[in-house]
Design a protein around this ligand. Structure first.
Ligand SMILES: Cc1ncc(COP(=O)(O)O)c(C=O)c1O
Length: 395
């Protein structure tokens, strides 16, 4: 007899876990993962930092510390956010276990069973995984090349009861790679004010821009304190550190802190000290700038290969940053079945089929493809093989 709480029904194994297990295997080309390229981690610098920290003089790096995060790291994050148009003090920042914990804590703070979270169509799968135990209902709003369609959002807000939160990834969204235009960002804030709804802005790819100018964050346009801004060191430093942050109004930040204390007491002191030492001892902006040409090259190569090899009738996004393009196949093609029956057995290629990225009414004829970390020759060979199979299947 199961004694699990009701919320456990909403905690299901991820539909993509099974084939992600294939990713590391020889002979498999993975466009599925979306991990940052490990050759870009600043390993030498971190090695030196950890060496220094693991000495008797720095024994406090192995001690408990403040649950909101070490004061140095909070101050350094606040400084970077301030430089990015979000003036704030160290106390406004909560350090979290990656952006993912921010998603979990915000849902715990705001969502009662049946409250509605508005998501983009499609949205970040990991956010749905974080939100689900709080038993939300979902509404989803279509996107186009300018990001979330704010006219459709207005319609949803007018016709849906109990909307608590709008969740958006405005910069180089996971999974589509799309970026919300400035006009849409402004309109989103206006609508959130008008309908008195919170906005959760999730920005792990914000600094991975390969073309064009950085747009103001949604938080920087917020005048009523309803935008909660999440960020992460995962894509700009290393995801294994599990370091992210929340920027929110004091009352929200304090309550998120209490929930964090309940969940895990604090982030690991050692990693917070290491990140602070990295930020104060090295030039992270130069490090980020140094990564961009690699990702830009990988993006360009993937888009050019797709252009050359995919058959007519297939569409894809052209992201200005981030790690993903979103490919749309003609209706009638079920990407999961195509992957299972053709792509994996015949080409050794994996990607992420679209259905799990939809909070409501899943669409099956898209795929998320990541260009990060795949060697050039394998990237081209994988896309070429995929194009051949698509021609055959769509013929
Ligand atoms: C949109 C988005 N939000 C949050 C996360 C969580 O990342 P992390 O917890 O490593 O910061 C990811 C990771 O892929 C993501 O794509």
């Amino acid at each position: 007899m199961t004694r699990f709480a009701r919320r456990a029904e909403r905690v299901q194994p991820s539909a993509i876990r099974e084939f992600l297990a294939l990713a590391g295997q020889p002979g498999i080309t993975s466009f599925a993962g979306g991990y940052p390229d490990p050759t870009l981690f600043p390993i030498e610098q971190l090695h030196k930092i950890y060496d220094d920290l693991l000495t008797p003089a720095n024994a406090s790096a192995l001690q408990y510390t403040a649950s909101d995060g070490t004061p140095e790291l909070r101050a350094l994050v606040a400084g970077r956010l301030t430089a990015d148009g979000m003036p704030c003090a160290p106390d406004d920042v909560l350090i979290t276990q990656g952006g993912q914990q921010g998603l979990d804590l915000v849902a715990k703070l705001f969502i009662d069973a049946g409250d509605v979270i508005v998501c983009e169509r499609p949205t970040f799968l990991g956010a749905l995984i974080a939100f689900n135990p709080c038993e939300p209902a979902y509404a989803s709003v279509p996107m186009d090349d300018e990001g979330l369609d704010t006219d459709a959002l207005e319609q949803v807000l007018r016709t849906t009861q109990r909307v608590k939160l709008i969740y958006t990834v405005p910069d180089f969204q996971n999974p589509t790679g799309r970026t919300m235009s400035l006009a849409r960002r402004r309109r989103l804030v206006e609508l959130a004010d008008e309908f008195d709804v919170m906005v959760l802005e999730d920005t792990p790819y914000r600094e991975l821009r390969y073309d064009g100018e950085r747009l103001p964050s949604i938080k920087s346009l917020d005048t009523s304190g309803r935008v909660i801004h999440l960020g992460s060191f995962s894509k700009i430093l290393a995801p294994g550190l599990r370091l992210g942050w929340v920027l929110a109004e004091p009352e929200i930040r304090e309550n998120l802190s209490l929930l964090k204390l309940a969940a895990d007491t604090q982030n690991g002191t050692l990693n917070m000290r290491a990140a602070a030492a990295y930020l104060s001892g090295f030039d992270i902006e130069a490090h980020i700038a140094g990564m961009l040409p690699t990702y830009r090259h990988q993006r360009d190569l993937m888009l050019a290969s797709i252009e050359e090899h995919f058959p007519a009738g297939v569409r894809w996004t052209r992201p200005d940053g981030g790690l993903f393009t979103w490919v749309t196949f003609p209706e009638g093609l079920d990407t999961a079945a195509f992957q299972r029956d053709h792509l994996i057995p015949r080409a050794g290629v994996i990607l992420v089929p679209s259905a799990p990225f939809f909070a409501t009414e899943p669409e099956v004829n898209h795929a998320r493809m990541s260009f990060s970390g795949v060697p050039d020759d394998r990237l081209v060979a994988g896309v070429t093989a995929m194009g051949g199979l698509l021609r055959e299947v769509l013929a």
